[in-house]
Design a protein around this ligand. Structure first.
Ligand SMILES: NC(=O)c1ccc[n+]([C@@H]2O[C@H](COP(=O)([O-])OP(=O)(O)OC[C@H]3O[C@@H](n4cnc5c(N)ncnc54)[C@H](O)[C@@H]3O)[C@@H](O)[C@H]2O)c1
Length: 250
């Protein structure tokens, strides 16, 4: 399948996990991917892995998605390098589990800055180019956006905001031919998930009840959904949340 032959993708969070899997999947389907992450070392590894087997091409750029000036520069550079943007995939994200009593303004703000503001900044800067290409925005939310996950209230709030932002943005830009799809993964084995540490007081029976029925996910499964939603196969999708969680909340 070469659904992205001749297509250009601006992808954030490409150094590890779901973002790296998306870089692999999209390039292997022919896309030229401009891959952004703040983790320079892991981003180099993504570049190497893609170069080994990809049918498409990858350009990497180290940047912080929460920094407005950087995002303006990154989007301009991506357009210069790729000639336009057909797909914007906002995958970069951070996570934290903290009891409410210990949740600092700084930590909460840090989650908002990356998960929500980073997504917003890339959408705003890329939108003129997406209007030209009648392109697609994929925003990664989470099952935490719509389901209760104790000790994750701050993370959940940012992901709920990403989902709400995506649905309203879809309605705003659909007349321009731009589609916006939110994808909400459940538990996927990535550095973000394996780094989750619960407070000692956590009632672990809660989390055992909401484990994916199919077992924890592979990042490639989410990458496949990103590719589907961003491709012509997803041409009738917009203003929708695709929950891809192995049945964790059935
Ligand atoms: N893994 C899961 O179970 C799960 C579940 C639901 C949602 N998600 C979401 O999926 C997305 C990808 O996460 P993942 O699980 O692959 O984790 P990950 O930690 O492997 O990937 C996140 C990437 O974002 C990058 N990043 C973080 N802050 C950044 C910043 N300020 N600027 C640039 N890059 C930054 C990291 O360096 C990393 O490469 C995130 O938005 C996450 O919230 C993950």
């Amino acid at each position: 399948m070469l659904r992205f032959k001749g297509k250009t993708v601006l992808l954030t969070g490409a150094a590890t996990g779901i973002g790296r899997a998306a870089a692999l999947r999209l390039t292997s389907e022919g896309a030229a991917v401009y891959a952004v992450d703040r983790n320079a070392e892991e981003l180099k590894d993504t570049e190497a892995v893609v170069a080994e087997g990809g049918a498409g091409q990858i350009i990497t750029r180290v940047a912080d998605v929460s920094d407005e000036t950087s995002v303006i520069d990154v989007v301009a550079d991506a357009v210069g390098e790729l000639g336009g943007i057909d797909v914007l995939a906002n995958v970069a994200g951070v996570h934290k589990t903290t009891p409410i009593d210990e949740l600092s303004v700084r930590d909460f703000q840090g989650l908002i800055d990356v998960n929500l503001m980073g997504t917003f900044l890339f959408c705003r800067e890329a939108m003129p180019h997406l209007r030209k290409s009648r392109g697609v925005v994929i925003n990664i939310a989470s099952t935490s956006a719509t389901h209760a996950h104790p000790f994750m209230a701050a993370y959940a709030a940012t992901k709920g905001a990403v989902l709400a932002f995506s649905l309203s943005l879809a309605a705003e830009v659909s007349a321009d031919g731009v589609r916006v799809v939110a994808i909400s993964p459940g538990g996927v084995v990535t550095p973000l998930m394996t780094g989750v540490a619960f407070p000692e007081t956590v009632d672990s029976s809660f989390y055992s009840r909401i484990q994916p029925q199919l077992g924890f996910g592979d990042p490639a499964a989410i990458a496949g959904t990103i590719a589907y939603a961003a491709s012509e196969d997803g041409a009738f999708l917009t203003g929708v949340e695709l929950r891809v969680d192995g049945g964790s909340h059935v």
